[in-house]
Design a protein around this ligand. Structure first.
Ligand code: M6R
Length: 612
């Protein structure tokens, strides 16, 4: 997730672009840059680090120009650096981009064979090369732009300048957002509304598969195939604070609703469906040959908090497909033990921030003993990513709410990708089964969307329990970690006492807690554990608990048992934990909000725990 801005008008563009970028910094902040045109000359300024670095640079020498584009980056392809910062230029064409170009490797290789030289590691730069290649004496920029876009697979929002066209700004989108702002003698473009609000409230939302051409007086929209589009402008009534959260009350809620996009990007960033294969950000390189992988006799997954819950879910899939022992450990315990580690051990570290001190030390200890380390990380080029032998990024964009949501579900998806990657390489996962699973994995974002449509009824259920003082979450198999995560979410933001338990353990102690009206959230999907879960639900109901059940859609039996049922789409049992996580997040959110807590910054918690 990155932020794009563009301006064409009567004012100096640099200040307006910087201001817009400052309102989009929540979308990414590892580097930033702008490009402006004046007197037939295009000037680019870029800086690694937060926007303040770029601001300092521009403050000392502001480039002139009344048309420009800008970008704040959250790295995906290519580490955070000045050379990977946008804008990217090739020939007469300069672009900024948000999204992931899936076929960038093959396009890049083809361009290199034709003699193109690349100055960055980004997927974005190929767009400038492709448009420049399509340009010709009889081919106008718009045609070249459209032709180049047709060659891309993946998601994009792009803003483009042609060095010799100081009166035109080109933009396009497919899968990544762009909104156009209408002014008097000036027009704007941005990834999101907050960047526009100080300048105009009249906007046009660009749709997927559309291109727009902005001049000072006019905006023309057409499809990628050249058909004209007529669209009425809308007037935005949000305040700036509302707009930053896209109208949601809290970042946490926004991030819960972003999950379809976050998962789609994480999957898209690594999947090569044509080959039915999975590629990592160098992770495939850890094991160069099948024989290297066969030497691995055990896998440890180390992580903390929510990331540890993702690890617990991943164990089921990995063990089943690698046919290797997989152990999951809290990094804070693992680092102080003396685990059996050697060159035949694979350690998978999971961390949203990539900076968690316990996880970082755990991988350092593991490497010192010769183990190979593969990490699943959200923040590109963070310490854990840098110190691992291989990394597979979750492309969720920055997560601002302290309670992890979108990164949790993306971590589970990333673990599935690791299982597919290694299982296929080792030959322990059959090709046709892997392909089938991969296709179902790609359906997960859409299924999450279906669950999010039930948010209002989930809120109604949650509010019935908002005054409780404690809550029990139960599940079995790969749903047990989701019970743990449901309890953790509730504890973190609503400050209620909550426990997650494997349902089979109820009778060994926790059932003593159950009394009239005790809330119990049970995950009872129609999988191998269904009958056992039904018995556990009966057990707590007979002690007069109030039960909320997460059930499989179409399960009529469950509705006669429990008053509150949340239905989840039917999917492969390894995928349903991702789906079950979503209502858990919503339940915690609605209860915490009802109780009036600071959901995004709960007491005593920090987003990244960089101390012991
Ligand atoms: O950045 P990490 O994933 O390494 O962080 C691990 C935990 O600190 C984190 O998941 C924490 O439990 C969150 N507050 C969960 O919402």
């Amino acid at each position: 997730m990155c932020g794009i801005v563009g301006y064409i008008g009567q004012e100096q563009a640099a200040g307006i672009l910087l201001d817009g970028l400052s309102r989009l910094e929540y979308r990414g902040y590892d580097s930033a840059g702008i490009a402006v045109i004046s007197d037939g000359k295009l000037t680019i300024r870029r800086a690694q680090g937060k926007l303040s670095k770029l601001r300092e640079m521009i403050h000392s020498q502001s480039p002139e120009g009344k048309i420009g584009i800008g970008h704040t980056r959250w790295a995906t392809h290519g580490r955070p650096s000045e050379t990977n910062a946008h804008p990217h230029r090739y020939g007469k064409v300069t672009v900024v981009h948000n999204g992931i170009i899936e076929n960038f490797s093959e396009l890049r290789e083809a361009l290199i064979k034709k003699g193109h030289h690349f100055s960055s590691e980004t997927d974005t730069e190929i767009i400038a090369h492709l448009v420049d290649e399509e340009l010709g004496p009889k081919t106008p920029t718009l045609t070249a732009f459209r032709r180049a876009l047709h060659r891309l697979k993946g998601s994009f929002a792009v803003a483009l300048l042609h060095e010799f066209e100081p009166d035109t700004l080109y933009v396009a989108r497919s899968g990544s957002p762009l909104v156009l702002g209408l002014g008097e003698g000036e027009n704007f473009v941005a990834s999101d509304v907050p960047a526009l609000l100080p300048y105009t409230k009249r906007v046009l939302f660009l749709e997927d598969g559309e291109v727009a051409v902005l001049s000072r007086k006019n905006i023309e929209i057409e499809t990628l195939d050249g058909k004209k589009v007529q669209r009425e402008a809308k007037t935005i009534t949000w305040t700036l604070a509302m707009a930053e959260k896209a109208g949601y009350k809290h970042f946490m809620l926004k991030e819960i609703f972003e999950q379809p996009r976050a998962l789609a990007d994480t999957l898209r960033g690594h999947l090569d469906l044509v080959k039915s294969n999975v590629h990592g950000d160098g992770s495939g390189e850890i094991f160069k040959t099948k024989a290297d992988l066969e030497k691995i006799d055990k896998v440890y997954i180390v992580a903390c908090g929510t990331s540890w819950h993702a690890a617990l879910v991943g164990k089921y899939f990995l063990e089943s497909n690698l046919k290797t022992l997989v152990m999951v450990e809290q990094a804070s315990e693992f680092r102080y033990r003396d685990p059996i580690l050697d060159k035949n051990t694979l350690v998978i570290a999971i961390s949203q921030s990539g900076e968690t001190a316990d996880t970082l030390t755990a991988i350092r200890n593991a490497k010192a003993k010769g183990a190979k380390v593969l990490s699943i990380v959200n923040v590109v080029d963070s310490s854990i990513a840098r110190e691992s032998d291989g990394v597979l990024y979750t492309y969720t964009g920055p997560e601002i709410g302290v309670a992890a949501t979108k990164t949790f579900t993306a971590q589970i998806a990333a673990l599935h990708l690791v299982g597919l990657l290694l299982g296929r390489k080792k030959g322990s996962y059959k090709k046709d089964e892997a392909e089938k699973f991969l296709h179902e994995l790609l359906e997960v974002p859409g299924k999450i969307d279906e669950i999010l449509k039930q948010a209002e009824s989930i809120r109604e259920i949650a509010l019935k329990y908002a005054h409780s003082e404690d809550c029990l979450f139960i599940g079995r198999g790969p749903q047990f970690p989701i019970a743990l995560e449901g309890a953790l979410k509730l504890k973190e933001i609503s400050y209620l006492h909550a426990e997650g338990y494997p349902a089979g353990e109820l009778k060994h102690g926790p059932i003593a807690l159950i009394d009239q009206g005790s809330p119990v959230v049970a995950i009872a999907l129609q999988d191998d554990y269904y009958e056992k879960m039904m018995s556990n639900i009966q057990e707590v109901l007979s002690r007069q608990a109030s039960v909320v059940v997460l059930a499989t859609e179409g399960d009529r039996k469950i509705s006669s048992l429990a008053a509150d049922v949340i239905y989840l789409p039917r999917m492969h049992p390894f995928l349903t934990p991702i789906l079950a996580a979503v209502p858990m997040q919503l339940i915690a959110y609605y209860i915490a909000d009802h109780r009036g807590h600071d959901v995004d910054q709960p007491r005593n918690l920090a987003k990244s725990v960089t101390v012991e």
